[in-house]
Write a protein that binds this ligand. Structure first.
Ligand code: PEP
Length: 254
């Protein structure tokens, strides 16, 4: 890995009430005290953002959201704006997670709008891309990723994307216990980095962080992180338990 600070991000999905989220984040603050040289983010559900923000404020852990809506405000019942996330203490926002694409109609166009909205409010977007099992088996992995990345980042300049993070999350590896092998993940990360180089130049391609996500756990993080183009992890299930998540963070060598 070049000079890229590793990022270990926890996606809590639709788990944890406010009191559970508070308890987990209090434990994480203790377990991760003294962490340096790597970035850590947790993304609780919207309802717990503000409470968790108060707990992690002085720690090495940053706050992220799992989604946003692109409008500034308005009659959009049930949606959350970028300004609301900023006011709740968020620094990051996950965009285009495969569960959003699968169940809630997110697509490359809405993902693009969400990234623009996030950047407009100073949030760091984590753009998720990944192929399904069927697409991998039919040899469509690279064409699917090409489209998701190009469309997701369409219309942005090099400077716009300076902070943006990409997460490669093969859909077949999310929550399934199946992990891409380190070679499969590296192959895709290199492909994504080369695509970024073609579209935006080598300054961005060498600085942009590309995370791997899909059943990451303490047993596989080290070998994934040893690959030259893997700059961190987006962790779902294993981020819910503070002991397990802190183990993953601690196993990331800098
Ligand atoms: C995720 O939700 O982004 C994810 C990768 O989930 P899991 O780690 O449970 O596969």
């Amino acid at each position: 890995m070049e000079n890229r600070t590793p990022l270990i991000a926890g996606n809590w999905k639709m788990f944890k009430t406010i009191s559970e989220a508070v308890e987990t984040s209090e434990q994480l603050v203790k377990l991760l005290a003294g962490t340096s040289g790597k970035d850590v983010m947790i993304a609780p559900p919207f309802t717990a953002l503000s409470s968790v923000s108060d707990i992690i404020r002085e720690s090495c852990i940053s706050l992220g959201a799992q989604n946003l809506f692109w409008e500034k405000d308005g009659a959009y019942t049930g949606e959350i704006s970028p300004a609301m996330l900023v006011s709740a203490g968020c620094k990051y926002v996950i965009i285009g997670h495969s569960e959003r694409r699968q169940y809630f109609g997110d697509n490359d166009d809405t993902v693009n709008k969400k990234i623009r909205a996030a950047l407009g409010f100073g949030l760091i977007p984590i753009l998720c891309v990944g192929e399904s099992e069927k697409e991998r088996e039919s040899d469509y992995t690279f064409s699917v990723l090409d489209k998701q990345l190009k469309k997701g980042l369409e219309g942005f300049s090099l400077d716009d994307l300076e902070t943006t993070v990409i997460a490669y999350e093969p859909v077949w590896a999310i929550g399934t216990g199946k992990t891409a092998t380190k070679e499969q993940a590296q192959e895709v990360h290199l492909f994504l980095r080369s695509l970024i180089e073609k579209e935006f130049g080598d300054r961005l391609s060498s600085s942009i962080r590309i995370l791997y996500g899909g059943s990451v756990n303490p047993g596989n993080i080290s070998e994934l992180m040893a690959m030259p183009d893997i700059d961190g992890a987006l962790v779902g299930g294993a981020s819910l338990n503070p002991d397990t998540f802190s183990k993953i963070v601690n196993l990331v060598n800098i």
